[in-house]
Write a protein that binds this ligand. Structure first.
Ligand code: DGJ
Length: 727
């Protein structure tokens, strides 16, 4: 049993894979943190529960018990003597802002994991996957219960956590902060690794030391954002990609979030993760409850790479759902960079015909097929096929594409409304706006208020109607601006702080309804590229368009950074036109970079030369040979594109029987040595045959490395090395 409670010491000991987590109910009833890290035995850890000596500037609670200001706590309240960030903040009807949570009971749910109502969450495939601990805390004065959930996964170093606030009192409580998790560390000698970015430059890796005070990774943009991803790592100073301890923190959520690592005067670190409390307040009526999104805590003593592989496995096995979870994804060709808004059915069918020659599986009709849309100024919300533009019905178009041997997919941007649209003329109130205040535009569009049930129903009905018109097997779900003027006309003044979260409850509900109604369709989420690459969207849609930047050199960094937190199989990765986008790399280099993910094309195949069509065909054949390995293998980052002019990474099959090493030169240097690369994760004692015919032991390959002859010295060189274990 991975969750154990000792009645005598009142210590909870959780074991998740090879990691341990321990906490203790103190004599006064506070839930104090004891330990998180590498697996330890179930010893009496009471000695770790330090109360501190206290000082007049760290006040004692009214009963004289030790100060909360310096204690390590599982779920700190607010306003009663702990001056650090809190995990829970409530304003009572008299305006007082104070919460003091004490333990009242617990429950161990063996082999179970309760669902989070209306929210995406990890799931157990069977009872053997994990157990959940439910601890109930109480602020008796407020009548507030907070249930803390800890799901310990048996086979992975992962504990997921969430909290549920329940109002057991007679008065309404204004819940102004409820974090998903708080973890305390009795030290501060950590670096934080986080993923920052912008449109076209998503998830670049940044590493910086913690300091006294707070390091905050957050979004208040109404989405998980291009700018900062809901993911961070705390690692030891000497931790590398392959060695050392690392703690990961992540949120299964697509809206405003905050990850804060705060170091206090005792040089201890408090790490909180949850919905961003900025402009959040939830009116909790008597008898009601509020559930936070789920947080993911992960641990590795095999460096940041080990942490990523753990996260990849859990997300592939216990988050992604539906028919496409296990299926190899189609190779697709998307119309966006090929035609932008300038297409009709004949043009799309011509794309399909040419692409079919290269063994592509799916043609996607991107933005521009609906309403009166011929540029980005109009028609979002008018989800009716523009048959005049296409020159035929949707059914006929799909049939023509199918006749060329390709499946057919379509683009939507459901959460938006163009001021220039039929829908806006009918329902101007459906756009997010504040009365009497101007409506900010982003890409000339407003955001539709997903918190309104009538909006959810409208979208369900018209998207379903389109999907039923034709043989559609793929849907790209776009989201091209962030939320402003976040206000809902149907809610009273004191509930406006709920709108940001209600937006996501509405979106998630719509996603659930549509993915249930159309289980055969492969959904891919997108937000102007990778502006909403998060675990929340991945629960509903098994892949995400990684970036609008399809330049292969830029993609090395974007995909490297994204792989810190997300499995490769979830990353949309396309080969863009060698005649246009980004640097002048040829198709083989572009295809090699895109091999890392859900593979496809962003180009007009009718503009390619015969030689380029041959390259495309060869790239598709090569991708299919390694697709299973890339989709389910363990990923090792070998040479960082952030640190030099080369990049290398590797996939190893779970049974270590095969591996693929991919190496890329960005810019070469004169008179340099051959590149050496040190693959990882092989069976040390086994022999592997390389595709050049050489046979080497796993230990030789990993420790002495491979020497890539005739590889450097050329800009944009690339090489794929396939290794097969000899039996
Ligand atoms: C942004 C997406 O990232 C692109 O791939 C494309 O779908 C455009 N939107 C369409 O407007």
């Amino acid at each position: 049993m991975p969750i154990h409670y000792d009645e005598f010491t009142q210590i909870f000991h959780l074991q998740a894979g090879q990691s341990s987590y321990a906490m203790q109910v103190s004599d006064e009833g506070y839930l104090c943190h004891l330990y998180y890290g590498k697996h330890i035995s179930r010893d009496d850890l009471s000695y770790l529960n330090e109360t501190g000596r206290g000082a007049s500037f760290s006040p004692n609670p009214a009963d004289g018990s030790p100060t909360l200001d310096t204690r390590l706590q599982e779920f700190p309240g607010a306003g009663v003597g702990d001056f650090r960030q809190s995990a829970c903040g409530v304003r009572a009807t008299n305006g007082a802002y104070a919460v003091e949570l004490k333990y009242i009971s617990h429950n161990i749910l063996a082999g179970q994991k309760p669902a989070l109502p209306g929210l995406p969450a990890y799931y157990l495939n069977s009872a053997a996957d994990g157990d959940t601990l439910e601890i109930t805390m109480e602020d008796a004065l407020l009548g507030l219960h907070v249930k803390l959930y800890y799901c310990a996964f048996a086979g992975e170093n992962i504990i997921t956590r969430w909290a549920v606030a329940e109002n057991h009192g007679a008065a309404t409580l204004s819940l102004e902060n409820l974090q998903s998790a708080c973890v305390e560390f009795p030290r501060m000698n950590f670096d934080m690794v986080s993923l920052h970015g912008a449109w076209n430059r998503e998830r670049h890796v940044e590493r910086h030391p913690l300091f006294h005070g707070s390091t905050v990774i957050a979004s208040n943009r109404g989405s998980s954002s291009h700018q900062l991803n809901p993911f961070a790592v705390l690692c030891d100073k000497h931790t590398t990609e392959h060695t050392g301890q690392a703690y990961g923190v992540q949120l299964v959520y697509s809206g405003n979030f905050k990850i804060e690592a705060q170091v206090n005067q005792m040089h201890c670190t408090r790490l909180c993760v949850g919905i961003n409390p900025d402009n959040f307040a939830w009116q909790l009526q008597p008898g009601e409850s509020f559930t936070t999104p789920e947080a993911v805590l992960s641990y590795s003593d095999e460096g940041i790479g080990g942490l990523s592989r753990t996260l990849h496995r859990l997300t592939r096995n216990n988050l992604v759902r539906g028919e496409w979870k296990q299926k190899l994804r189609p190779i697709k060709i998307n119309s966006w960079e090929a035609a932008y808004f300038d297409f009709n059915a004949d043009k799309l069918v011509a794309f399909a015909r040419e692409a079919a020659k290269t063994d592509v599986d799916l043609l996607v009709m991107d933005d521009g097929w609906f309403g009166a849309r011929s540029d980005d100024k109009t028609s979002l919300g008018d989800w009716f096929v523009n048959e005049e533009k296409l020159g035929c019905t949707l059914k006929e178009l799909a049939e023509r594409v199918n006749a060329e041997g390709l499946d057919f997919g379509i683009w939507f941007e459901p959460e938006m409304i163009s001021p220039e649209s039929e829908l806006y003329r009918k329902h101007p109130d459906w756009a997010l706006h504040i009365p009497d205040r101007g409506r900010s535009l982003g890409r000339r569009q407003c955001v539709i208020n997903m918190a309104l049930p009538e909006v959810q129903d409208y979208l369900f009905d018209c998207i379903s109607a389109v999907l039923k018109q034709a043989n559609i097997t793929y849907l790209k779900w776009d989201f091209n601006r962030n939320l402003t003027e976040v206000f809902c006309h149907s809610l009273p003044a004191n509930q406006q702080g709920e709108v940001g979260h209600r937006f996501y409850l509405g979106l998630y509900d719509l996603c659930e309804r549509l993915t249930t109604a159309f289980p055969h369709i492969l959904f891919e989420s997108c937000s102007g590229g990778g502006g909403r690459f998060d675990l929340g969207m991945l629960y509903y849609m098994p892949q995400t368009w990684t970036s609008d930047n399809t330049d292969p050199v830029d993609r090395l960094k974007i995909q490297w950074g994204t792989s810190m937190a997300y499995p490769l199989a979830t990353m949309g990765a396309h080969v863009a036109a060698p005649y246009g986008h980004g640097r002048a790399n040829k198709i083989p280099y572009r295809a090699s970079v895109a091999t890392t993910g859900a593979f496809g094309y962003e180009l007009d195949p009718t503009k390619l030369t015969v030689e380029q069509i041959d390259e495309m065909r060869a790239a598709n054949a090569a991708f299919r040979e390694v697709q299973q390995l890339v989709t389910t293998g363990d990923f090792y980052r070998l040479i960082s594109p952030f640190e030099g002019r080369t990049c290398a990474w590797q996939f190893v099959s779970p049974d270590k029987s095969e591996a693929l090493v991919q190496c890329f030169v960005v810019l070469s240097e004169h008179n340099e040595w051959d590149l050496r690369v040190y693959p990882q994760g092989l069976d040390a004692d086994a022999q592997y045959e390389l595709d050049c015919g050489a046979v080497l032991h796993g230990n030789t390959i990993m420790h002495a490395g491979l020497r890539l002859q005739d590889f450097g010295g050329r800009d944009f060189a690339h090489r794929n090395i396939y290794l097969k274990k000899l039996v």
